[in-house]
Structures are given as structure tokens and as C-alpha cells.
Design a protein around this ligand. Structure first.
Ligand code: MTE
Ligand code: CO
Length: 417
């Protein structure tokens, strides 16, 4: 190590200590009863190990829940709720907080009665029980699932006040499952096989055409998320995982995969999940979820409450094309950009966590984040998206989000031109 690198290391270290010291000095008082008094929870014995066979968060975390927007859809049976991104940290979404999107409500399936059928252009049509599937080699991988409609309500302008609502149609968990390739190879593919049609066992019997090349590349037939069985909301006992591609293709309650030689052009890839451009032509088969990021703290549901001084900005970034190479943060609506610090695992097609720490002087902020992925794709502004695609779109809005933070620390959803 040279002199200059060791000095730099020392300076960074002392700056971090100084910052931590400033925070501690601001919040601790010697006569604070939380320090001087014996608290109620120390005056009696707590619950034993038989009280909570399945654990739940503290009652003080009761506000950390999925939420829906009543006016968005006609009925909760065919609706969506949102992940509370502003209440989370790190990169993993806890199972009970993963947003839900279903078109026919939650199917409650007895795994003993569940089957996965493979038919169509295969040598041998096959039917698997859950037990059969457990005898294939399995893999564990972390992926984000983002609905193509995430941020869709913001296409024409700033609307919903909170990153839970503007960006919460995403979750990021570790899946355990069997590579779909192994299952298709077991059935044997005909030479003209080119597409698959996965189908759900729920009342909506959802289907989507997926190119065979993707199916053979990195798709999983998953039965676990974050170590435990899939939740009913997420497709128990079996769901398709289509890494980096729009959530609609990740068929839940997976019961059948048909192999064909061309796409089926069903509802979910014609009237839905296509983007009508200004010239009347629709973009279709826009499967990949492009590079995107959002600042989760502060944000409208998570104002700055500590006043000016040392402030931690935090957020998430992701890309369906690979990893996140860099995230930049601006405090002044895009005039000056600073490099944020990515912390935690940087995995392809998975959420990344970033932080930007700074000394807030208490003046209003126009906060934005901008991500760049491993393909070199740069997250666009919303106006750049509108110039390219017009105003009719709902899906695939990966534009830069702006939060206006006032002197009192409150934040609101705005746009800068
Ligand atoms: N699969 C079935 N069988 N039925 C559905 O309604 N919704 C799709 C997809 N798979 C759906 C489905 C949509 S639009 C999305 S965004 C994701 O599942 C949502 O997955 P999640 O509920 O785990 O968040
Ligand atoms: Co969706």
C-alpha cells in the first residue's frame, strides 16, 4: 500500500466517525427516561417459545403493509396491491409484503391435487405431481418481479403520492425451483418447437406466449420463495419465474405448459401488455423490464423528520438486462448529479440497494435517482419516454421519478421539465 492510498483510507474513516458522532450528539440526553427508568418490558417475563409458532413482526410495525388504491380497478378480485418500498431496506422483500396482482382472485390449491402437464410439440406428453418435481435438480436464484404496469399511472403526469403506489408493483425474493429446461427436455422437444404457453390453474386461467429460447435459458418452475413454500398470493404451490421479463409472464398456480411453433396471441399479449404509439401502431412483445430506480427514503410516505444535518437517502435500482453498474442522485432536479453507493449483493436481474449520505442545509430539494445497467442502458427522463412513445402508454414506464422535499421535510410527487 502506498502512502497516498493509506492516507485516503484514514481520511474516509475519520469522516465517517465524525458523521456518526454528530448524529449521536443530536439525539441522546442524560436524563432521558428511556435510559434512566426501568421499562415495562423489563419488569415482567416475556412470552415463551410456544407463544408464536409462526413469527410475525412487532405490533409497532403494523403500518408496514401492502396497500391498494380503491379507484384503480373495478373490484379487489381483479386488482393489485403494492409493496411498501418506503418501509424496507436491503434487497429482499419479505414474503408477506410482496405486492399481489391477480385477475381472478387467489386460488387456494391443495398441493396433493396439483399437477403440471406438458403437452403440444413434445415427444411424450407428461403430467407431474409436486412430488415428481422435487426429484429434478433444483436451483436458488434471486430475481425481481416487476409488473409491466408499474408506474403506469404516472405516464401522463405525477399522480400518486408515495413510492409504494408509484413503484410498488415489484418484489425481489430468492426462488427455489427446477430449471424449466430440465422439464421440457424430459418431455422431449419436437424440432419445430419455438414457443411455450404456460397456463394458470386460477379462475382467470391466465396464459402468455413465451419464446422457447427464454424457457430454455433461465426460466424456473419455482415452489419456494425466501426459503419457505410460495405464498398462495404468489401462486402456491407452483409458479413460473421469467427472470428480467414483465411480471405478467410469470404465470402463478402453474398447471400446464403447451409447446407450439408460434405465439398464441391471447388477450394478455394483444389488448393488454402492448403499447399504443402516437402513430397508431402498437409495440408488442416488449418483454424485458428496462433499467429503473427510485428513491424510497425520503418520499411522500416517509418524510425527513430529523431536521437538517446528516441525512441518509436510500433507494432501489434494477434492470431486466443484468446488474446495476451505477446509480446517480441529484438534489436539485437534475442540474448536478452525484454518485450513490450501491451496497449489498449485486446480482443480475435482481434489486440493488443504494445510499447517498449528505449534510442537508434544510432548503427544498428536488430529489431524483438515475440508474445505469451492465448493458450501459441509462434510465431516461419521463419526457424522453414521452417523446419516443407518446402519451397512450401505460406499460414500461421506467422514467426518472422526482420527489419535492420541503423545508419541513415533507415530500411530494412532482415532475420537473
Ligand atoms: N398468473 C395467474 N395464473 N393469474 C394472474 O392473475 N397475474 C400476473 C402474473 N401471473 C397472474 C399471474 C401479473 S399481471 C403479474 S404482475 C404477476 O403475476 C404478479 O405476481 P405477484 O402476485 O406474485 O406479485
Ligand atoms: Co402485472
Amino acid at each position: 500500500m502506498t502512502d497516498s492510498t493509506s492516507r485516503r483510507g484514514f481520511l474516509t474513516g475519520s469522516a465517517a466517525v465524525a458523521a456518526a458522532g454528530a448524529v449521536a450528539a443530536g439525539s441522546a440526553r442524560a436524563d432521558d427516561p428511556a435510559i434512566t427508568e426501568v421499562q415495562p418490558w423489563a419488569q415482567m417475563l416475556g412470552d415463551g417459545v410456544d407463544a408464536r409458532p409462526y413469527g410475525h413482526p412487532s405490533e409497532h410495525e403494523a403500518h408496514v403493509v401492502r396497500r391498494h388504491v380503491a379507484w384503480l380497478t373495478a373490484d379487489p378480485i381483479s386488482s393489485v396491491n403494492f409493496t411498501p418500498l418506503h418501509e424496507l431496506d436491503g434487497i429482499i422483500t419479505p414474503n408477506g409484503l410482496c405486492f399481489e396482482r391477480h385477475h381472478g382472485g387467489i386460488a387456494e390449491i391443495d398441493p396433493a391435487q396439483h399437477r403440471l402437464m406438458i403437452n403440444g410439440l413434445v415427444d411424450t406428453p407428461l403430467v407431474f405431481t409436486m412430488q415428481d418435481l422435487m426429484r429434478f435438480p433444483r436451483e436458488n436464484r434471486v430475481y425481481f418481479l416487476e409488473c409491466a404496469a408499474n408506474s403506469g399511472m404516472e405516464w401522463r403526469g405525477a399522480q400518486l403520492n408515495g413510492c409504494q403506489f408509484t413503484h410498488g408493483m415489484i418484489h425481489n425474493v430468492v426462488y427455489t425451483g427446477v430449471p424449466l429446461k430440465y422439464i421440457l427436455e424430459e418431455a422431449g422437444l419436437k424440432t419445430n418447437a419455438a414457443w411455450i404457453l404456460p397456463e394458470g390453474a386460477d379462475a382467470s386461467a391466465m396464459t402468455r406466449s413465451v419464446p422457447l429460447s427464454k424457457a430454455m435459458d433461465d426460466c424456473l418452475v419455482a415452489f419456494r420463495m425466501n426459503g419457505e413454500a410460495l405464498r398462495p398470493e404468489q401462486g402456491y404451490p407452483l409458479r413460473l419465474v421469467v427472470p428480467g421479463w414483465e411480471g405478467n409472464m410469470w404465470i402463478k398456480w402453474l398447471r400446464r405448459i403447451e409447446v407450439g411453433d408460434e405465439p398464441w396471441h391471447h388477450r394478455e399479449e394483444t389488448s393488454k401488455y402492448t403499447d399504443l404509439l402516437e402513430n397508431g401502431v402498437a409495440r408488442r412483445f416488449t418483454w424485458e423490464m428496462d433499467v429503473k430506480s427510485v428513491i424510497t427514503n425520503p418520499s411522500p410516505q416517509a418524510p425527513i423528520t430529523h431536521g437538517k444535518g446528516f441525512t441518509v437517502i436510500s433507494g432501489v435500482a434494477w434492470s431486466g438486462r443484468g446488474t446495476i453498474r451505477e446509480v446517480h442522485v441529484t438534489l436539485d432536479g437534475g442540474r448536478n448529479w452525484q454518485q450513490a453507493r450501491i451496497d449489498g449483493p449485486s446480482l443480475p436481474k435482481s434489486m440493488h440497494r443504494f445510499y447517498y449520505e449528505f449534510d442537508w442545509d434544510g432548503s427544498p430539494l428536488l430529489l431524483q435517482s438515475r440508474a445505469i445497467d451492465s448493458d450501459g442502458m441509462i434510465q431516461p427522463t419521463k419526457n424522453e419516454l414521452r417523446e419516443a412513445r407518446g402519451y397512450n402508454s401505460i406499460y414500461h414506464n421506467n422514467g426518472i421519478q422526482t420527489w419535492h422535499v420541503r423545508e419541513n421535510g415533507e415530500a411530494e410527487n412532482v415532475e420537473v421539465s
